[in-house]
Design a protein around this ligand. Structure first.
Ligand code: 3HC
Ligand code: NAI
Length: 705
């Protein structure tokens, strides 16, 4: 690195006896190589200059320092390392002050903890979120935070990855002072000069002892047991607890050595690669071709058509985003139910003490119920969430076309239907788009933004802006049956059905899928969502199903008995007395046996690994087809869809990242082997074959896009 690069990202200037060291590495002052080198040089400069008695560290822009430069992980490390820089900083003979005005996260907080004194401005956010990236704080954070705030609180900060406000950080002992100021440099200078005037000496965190060691160790025992249970295969949380234990038990330098060893283990784990892929992928999905071409349309007032499960959830999401919402339903009874569905969400928060009646009233003041379309002539955006029936939806869109003002965005929440056909029911297809929310819509992060042929670019950017306002994770999708998520889901669900008919029980399949890291298996999900939904879809598709395609009837047999899952007390599982966790049902196993006998299948054994190879191969192969058809822009859009909407284990990065990490040649070889049993279902995606032939991976397509 050139001295010039170093000089530009870390600038120093003298202000009286204080050396002001300001970090200017947009967008978030990440601690890349140049910043680390610059910081080290600044400390040396202060040491060498007798006129300097204090060092003040500040960050330019919105952040103090957001942490290590995540893009450098997985590449060869370049000295100086952050722990080395921070040991030097802490060891400085001049007093070191950090003035935190924005995010001080991960390595950024570790910089501050190595300073001798810390002040926070009101917008400061302090946290050690490394766990979210499969890591642990690796620059002394695991040793210094417990010394400042106590072992239990520090472990909690690191295990949850939460951000503390300036006030909370002060209460926790992470900062010395909260200053109601707007300018960190001025506030920091005032504090540094105050300290100098008072004759303050360097105060090194390393010299402190963790408070109340016996109690801390007992708390860590409990925490380790809880963490082992909760972390579901995640690697770094238990290592974090181990490091905090070292902070209590070992001298500082030994603790630091332990932290380094465990940090490197985390860094080399595939979970780190998966989680960091997820971090960047979620930020990439908003980068769409339309963004350059068109600014979003203005919206403040919206309408939601339908107040059922989805309509109510979408309404809550919109109200929470500060929008004004008119809900339209068919009749007085339905609108009363719709409003009750909305209020139920807020009443739940009030019951848990997370919302006041006044706050609810303030939100509901932006809500208007209606049974007439004439009430929505002035809205900027409409989201339709009525029954999943093309004719019903077309009728609704005809009405919208009649009443809505020109330029209003008209969106449908359909799960599967042809949005081009819905758009064609209006005289303004350029304004019609798909906004596919996931249930519960006020909680689930994913929003598939489905782009029909005739929609105008500014409607697409408006949809992305809405997602941002609602704090959703948007993914751009093309029109096809099921878009990205449900289309791929249908295929791997089919693979699960085949595995079941060939010999594994639904319970074995669910257990294998949970073992992979999903919170639930596919048959548990069916029971949760209601078996009747999939049944209706299967009936709808029966006429167009390829007669040569293998079709498993087990789920139909179950639905014919009225067993729709949790809501009816039984489905694939039994739910006695409204139990939430199902029990295996011998009668379901008998149905499966009968279906196997009918088809002449001799059941065979499947190991969890064999189950997952098939399940994942089906998912990846269909993902490749979705890409090839341009339904998804990039592999990472598929990854984010499954991470945010389908419970795919985040530490695996998403299905396409998983495939890359396995090796695409291995996945393709599996598909070719399975094709010997069923060539129609296991037809390799040409894109997958092409990538393997060229020795490329899916990630190469992320970069090319
Ligand atoms: N390294 C590299 N790039 C980063 C980064 C980091 N630590 N943090 C954010 N960025 C990038 C983002 O990718 C994004 O880039 P883009 O504009 O090209 O898409 C840009 O900075 C802005 O980020 P956001 O879109 O997330 O901006 P927000 O304003 O919404 O959020 C933030 C800012 C709260 C700082 C958020 O970016 C964040 O949480 N960052 C990650 C913090 C983190 O995990 N730090 C720990 C890193 S690991 C570590 O420090 C190890 C150490 O212990 C040794
Ligand atoms: P629901 O049956 O709970 O609600 C539909 C509501 O629409 C009912 O309250 C009904 O009274 C109302 N309605 C019907 N026709 C109407 C009309 N002409 N005008 C005004 N209101 C009318 O259905 P749900 O589950 O909310 O689904 C709605 C849509 O959302 C469907 O298109 C569905 O495919 C989609 N969807 C559903 C998901 C889910 O998990 N339930 C997930 C994602 C999308």
């Amino acid at each position: 690195m050139s001295d010039q690069a170093q000089a530009s990202v870390v600038q120093t200037r003298r202000d009286g006896e204080v050396l002001v060291v300001s970090i200017n590495n947009p967008p978030v002052n990440a601690l890349g190589h140049a910043v680390r080198a610059g910081l080290l040089a600044a400390v040396e400069q202060a040491e060498a200059d007798a006129a300097v008695r204090a060092v003040l560290i500040v960050g330019e822009g919105k952040a103090f320092i957001a942490g290590a430069d995540i893009r450098e992980f997985g590449k060869p490390a370049m000295p100086p390392s952050l722990p080395e820089v921070l040991n030097r900083l802490e060891g400085s003979s001049k007093i070191v002050v950090a003035a935190i005005h924005g995010p001080a996260l991960g390595g950024g907080l570790e910089v501050a903890l190595s300073a001798h004194y810390r002040i926070a401005l009101p917008a400061a956010k302090l946290g050690l979120p490394e766990v979210n990236l499969g890591l642990l704080p690796g620059a002394g954070g695991t040793q210094r935070a417990p010394r400042l705030m106590g072992a239990e609180a520090a472990a909690d900060l690191m295990l949850t990855g939460k951000h503390l406000s300036a006030k909370a950080a002060l209460a926790a002992g992470l900062v010395d002072k909260l200053v109601e100021a707007a300018d960190a440099t001025a506030a920091g200078l005032a504090y540094a000069n105050e300290l100098l005037a008072a004759g303050a000496a360097p105060r090194r965190t390393r010299d402190l002892e963790v408070a109340d060691k016996a109690a801390a160790l007992a708390a860590l025992d409990t925490l380790a047991a809880e963490t082992a249970k909760k972390s579901r295969g995640l690697f770094s949380p238990l290592k974090i607890v181990e490091c905090v234990r070292a902070a209590v038990e070992l001298p500082f330098d030994e603790g630091i050595a332990k932290e380094r060893a465990l940090f490197v283990e985390c860094l080399n784990s595939p979970q780190r690669a998966g989680l960091i892929h997820a971090f960047f992928a979620e930020r990439e999905t908003a980068k769409i071709p339309e963004a350059k071409a068109a600014a979003p349309r203005h919206f403040a007032k919206i309408a939601v058509i339908g107040g059922g499960t989805m309509g109510a959830g979408i309404t809550v999401s919109a109200l929470d985003a500060g929008l004004t919402v008119t809900m339209v339903e068919r009749d007085a009874e339905s609108i009363a139910r719709g409003q009750a569905n909305v209020e139920k969400v807020y009443n739940g928060l009030i019951a848990k003490g997370r919302m006041t009646e006044e706050a609810k009233a303030a939100i509901m003041a932006r809500y208007t119920p209606s049974i007439s379309y004439d009430a929505i002539g002035d809205v900027d955006l409409v989201i339709e969430a009525v029954f999943e029936d093309l004719e019903v939806k077309k009728a609704v869109f005809k009405e919208l076309d009649r009443v809505c003002k020109p330029g209003a965005v008209l969106a449908t929440n359909t799960s599967y239907l042809d949005i081009d056909a819905i758009a064609a029911a209006t005289a303004r297809p350029q304004d019609v788009i798909g906004l596919h929310f996931f249930s519960p819509a006020n909680i689930m992060k994913l929003l598939e933004i489905v782009v029909p042929a005739k929609v105008s670019p500014d409607v697409v950017t408006t949809a992305f802006e809405l997602a941002k306002r609602m704090k959703k994770v948007p993914v751009r999708a093309g029109v096809c049956d099921g878009f990205i998520g449900n289309r791929i889901l249908a295929v791997y669900k089919q693979a699960a059905d085949y595995i079941m008919e060939d010999g594994a029980s639904p319970y074995e399949i669910d257990a294998a899928v949970r073992g992979f890291g999903y919170p639930m298996g596919p048959f548990q999900v069916t029971d949760l969502a209601g078996g009747d939904i999939g049944w209706a879809t299967r009936k709808r598709r029966a006429a167009t199903r390829d007669p040569k395609a293998r079709y498993v009837e087990v789920a139909d047999r179950i639905c014919e008995r009225g067993w729709f899952g949790q809501k009816t007390g039984r489905g694939f599982y039994l739910y006695p007395q409204g139990a939430r966790v199902g029990q295996p049902d011998p009668e379901v196993l008998a149905i499966v046996d009968a279906e196997r006998a009918k088809k002449g299948v001799t059941p065979r054994q499947f190991t969890p690994d064999e189950i997952m190879r098939r399940y994942m191969a089906a998912m990846v192969n269909e993902g490749a087809k979705v890409l090839e058809e341009g339904i998804a822009l990039r592999p990472l859009d598929i990854d984010v869809t499954f991470l945010s909407g389908y419970g795919f284990p985040r530490f695996r990065g998403g299905p396409m990242k998983w495939a890359d990490m396995q090796g695409l040649d291995k996945v393709l070889a599996d598909i070719r082997e399975f094709a010997k049993e069923d060539a129609l279902f296991w037809k390799p995606a040409p894109l997958l074959e092409k990538l393997v032939a060229e020795g490329r991976d899916f990630d190469s397509l992320n970069k090319a896009a």
